[in-house]
Design a protein around this ligand. Sequence first.
Ligand code: SAM
Length: 271
Amino acid sequence: SPLHGDAPEEWAPTGIDVTVPSIARVYDAVLGGKDNFPVDRAIAQQSQDIVPEIGDVARYNRDILGRAVRTMAKAGITQFLDLGSGLPTVQNTHQVAQEVNPDAKIVYVDIDPIVLAHGRAILAENANTTVVTADLRDPKAVLDLPAVREFIDFDQPIGLMLVGVIHHLGDDEGPEAIVRDYLAALPAGSYFLLTHFCASSPDALDLEGALLTSLGTGRFRTLEEITAYFEGTELLEPGVVYLPEWRPDEPVPASLTVGQRLMAGGLAIKH
Ligand code: SAM
């Protein structure tokens, strides 16, 4: 099963507690990566027990990231701020964007220091890419980070990405205001990509309950709530939809499975 990596314990950077699950490592386990520990794999397995297609869901999320980054790069976006970027995997933002425009700049921001530890390999080979450890819940601090100011020109359109991360903010943390603060900082012509767990089935709500208990985060919001994050922007076609329905490369079946409806997202432009 892809959920059983053989984590060589020696890669763990000092200061990382391998007995506490990490969102980044659980997601890596779900994607079939090897940068995870037993405590992370247990949650990935528990998620798979509730939604057997969970690995596909993570891939739908990576796929829309790829399609949307390509769309933004082709539309002329040359700088990307990827918040809650996760561990490097296949088709990372910089690879997709730089395929269209080799000069595209990418700032990856993640709260988990393991992402920086693994991102160093990317840094070494890519002068237009940087990785920063920061908490996106403080937009002002993130937007003022030296690396952000150095890489991103706030007078030019930006591709802002909150992919699979806002559902890790609780209602009491004011996710709407946080998203609004980032959108307010973007110049006109910027793009905004968001994907989010969706409260779309009883199984989705079961998974929400399990994740809130085991991982401490994972809020499944309704399509209406997810759409509300785009307030003040123009949602591009087809709007906020279940991930496989967003500008699919392949025909989509009329009736989607629980897994295909587990996340929703959209791409918008700020005028
Ligand atoms: N964006 C990638 C994707 O969609 O493939 C990774 C998504 S992963 C499910 C969520 C990531 O958000 C994790 O790497 C986690 O460490 C990060 N994260 C969670 N809360 C965060 C916060 N407050 N600030 C920054 N990153 C955060």
